[in-house]
Design a protein around this ligand. Sequence first.
Ligand SMILES: Nc1nc2c(ncn2[C@@H]2O[C@H](COP(=O)(O)OP(=O)(O)OP(=O)(O)O)[C@@H](O)[C@H]2O)c(=O)[nH]1
Ligand SMILES: [Mg+2]
Length: 447
Amino acid sequence: MTDDQVQRLRLGIEKLREAARLTARRLDESLPADALAVAELLVQRLDRGVDHTIVAISGGTGSGKSSLFNAIAEMAFSEVGVVRPTTSKVTACVWGTGAEELLDWLGVERGSWIKRDSVLESHIGELRGMILLDLPDYDSALAANHEIADRALPLADVLIWVTDPQKYADPALHERFVAAAKAHQGRLTIVVLNQIDAVGPADAEAIGRALTGLLVDDGLTSPAVALTSAKTGAGVDGLRSALMARTAHRTMAMTRTASDLAAAARQLAGAAELAVADGRIAVDLAAESTWLGRAAAAVVSYLVEAVIGAQGVGAPRVLEPNQVRQAAAIWAAEAAAALPERWAMAVAYSLASPQNLAARLGQALEAVAAPPRGGFWARLLRPGKVERRRRAALEDAVRAAVESVVDRAMARPTRQTLEDRGALAALLADLAGIGETAGLGSEPLRS
Ligand SMILES: Nc1nc2c(ncn2[C@@H]2O[C@H](COP(=O)(O)OP(=O)(O)OP(=O)(O)O)[C@@H](O)[C@H]2O)c(=O)[nH]1
Ligand SMILES: [Mg+2]
């Protein structure tokens, strides 16, 4: 079962890469950079197995991250300090075995992690597979700390953000956390209001509600907020149980992979100007064929008029360069009216160059013979009527010639661009769907 799911996720990552390739080819080389980075990260994560759940403790300096880490792990391993900031490298506690590769990947040094795998260890059964990380602070005076925290954060499957009654309203912390939580909607994120022993229980409850309110104002739906004191131990068991519930399934790594895939797909769809409505990404094929038909008709009639013009049957069949450019402009304008900017530009780029178009039109028109003057019967008709018939015949021949060039040099490359756009939308819609089954982000915290 797990293998099947991992296989499905690997396919999903391939789809994301394919979507990135299509975007780069049609729109802009640099546009899918984020999506490719996510794909790379998720491959690395899956390559290291899904038996472990990476839980990262992050937040502002002095909020009690290291104290909380120690409280959850029930040992004094991470350094707790009075001098800020105390933690300048990642510390880890691992329940169970076989996490070495992941720890290397996470950048946790050999001496900075501790293993809890003895059967005598408390909670070993329930927490087996969990890798708990104590990260340096976010709001550090030390730039190196930011870097370490920034690097480790996207690698985590579960994110715990710690704040305290003094700093819970700090806008910078909100922005950082909310940005991370929104970027990974399916990932489990828990906000911890620590140091509740420093205020009375009623105040702690009130601050907890205010904090929840701020997070909702920031745009998170039903955020999980836990109240703890690393000092007295209040709320720590509840927080540990919430983590047990997730690590016991051993699926958080897959859940976060699916949710990251979906988030990357939505982000790429937005960047690629594909309409996302209710989480669905769709392309209106009927509308496309309508404007394509309209564009072809407009360009063909412009060119026929330009070739024959007001002049008679003997008119020269050579187009001026500016007339050829005008034909391309008409096509591009129809595309621009029907498509978002980037795609209209992609269509314009896909067309044959004006020189190429001029050469093709020249060749096609050269092959158009002047209609015969008419035989015996023509002499029976009035000269004006003969002239009109000859002109109509010429117009038909010119139209057929122009139509075939417009089809090959304009309609065909445009259809190919639109096909790529349709394929991109289909891939991204598929990926957005993968994440739907993975939404754990707003699950209420039960302790
Ligand atoms: N009263 C009270 N003090 C706490 C609590 N948790 C931590 N502290 C104290 O707050 C100070 C900072 O704790 P740390 O655990 O080192 O905080 P940190 O977030 O890891 O700090 P940095 O590593 O510098 O980012 C220490 O003096 C702790 O003893 C708590 O729940 N209540
Ligand atoms: Mg610390």
